[in-house]
Design a protein around this ligand. Sequence first.
Ligand code: PMP
Ligand code: GLU
Length: 399
Amino acid sequence: MSLSISSRARNIAPSVTLAIDARAKELRANGQDVIGFGVGEPDFPTPAHICDAAREALDLGLTKYTPSAGTKELRKAICEKLRRDNDMTYTYGDIIVSNGAKHSIYNILQCILDQGDEVLIPTPCWVSYPEMVRMAGGVPIFVPSGEENNFIPTGKAIASRVTRRTKAIILTSPSNPNGSVWEKNQLQFVADLAISHPFYVISDEIYEKLIYDGREHFSIAQLGEDIKAHTFIVNGMSKAYAMTGWRIGYTAGPRDVINAMTSYQSQSTSNPNAIAQYAALKALQGDQTCVKEMVAEFEQRRNVICERINAIEGLSCRKPQGAFYVMMNIGEIMSRRYHGRTIESSLDFAELLLADKQVAVVPGIAFEAEGFCRLSYATSLENINKGLDRIEDFVRNLR
Ligand code: PMP
Ligand code: GLU
């Protein structure tokens, strides 16, 4: 037997978003003035009262293992949050806390998929979904959508891809990478399909709080007890509370799968960090003004970045309704040349822009969306304006 990496591991592509962030940080460390529209990470510090809670956890000696699924206190606070914000009833046994929402989704897929099971993924989609489905032996089935439909696939496109192997659909609202918010009637269509087939719904609600123009978040699980019984609500602390590095995410869902996920987690990673769990508890129970302040700032940045993109000849974007990403349409400038090199793909655009103008964006191909680049506006207005000046200059020099 030869010593080699498993075929499972060999076939996994690294996260493009994290890779671009690492590259931008490396260039910055080398003294380059890089503007990062790459990774989706709030630029705000974690609010002070949450940091204080972590210090308090240390003082209280909360430095030991907790139950694998997370402390009872935190799981109860998550139930209270789901009641308060989403008008849904769960008890703490329906909840598992994991190392970030990414880990939550990974655990769900590991616990519901058998080899060859299919998972519907509306595209453009977040980079990690297809790989996580593959890691669990499943097959991602992409359901394409376009800018003309606000990046939400039609009911017909979804229904036509359902087969007897369909085990789940992943919904993300507000969405990464396009910021779209699903309407109630669109969610109802998916719910009816999921109930009659049946298949699970993995509802990634990590951007729940980042929603603009006075809109309110609505979860597919709110449509009734039948669909709630088929749905996993995934959420976490990273985006709403600027807590990306703390690694706390959670799942609320069908008790039998939550129990399987708890066993799975107990044998793989054990409980998520005890100190971070205590800080998350205090974040959920504490004053929510910090969230409102960050959302107001994101909304203002969204307005500015969209205006600036749409003012550049050859580029355009739809105004996203939530999250902190915008999909910049680069279709019109494809096949133009920059200093002798032809732009043939979103990757060419992103590479040239980073090399020549020190602006990091993520090529749409990473999200199954060629012809676009994703810009994260989780950065200051000053950076947004500076970055867009450079993009404007870059596009002006295309021939
Ligand atoms: N879902 C989506 C759509 C995301 O963009 C992210 C961002 N990383 C996550 C889940 C995971 O977030 P985390 O693991 O930091 O909780
Ligand atoms: N979700 C963020 C993004 O899409 C963070 C990076 C990642 O986890 O992939 O940029």
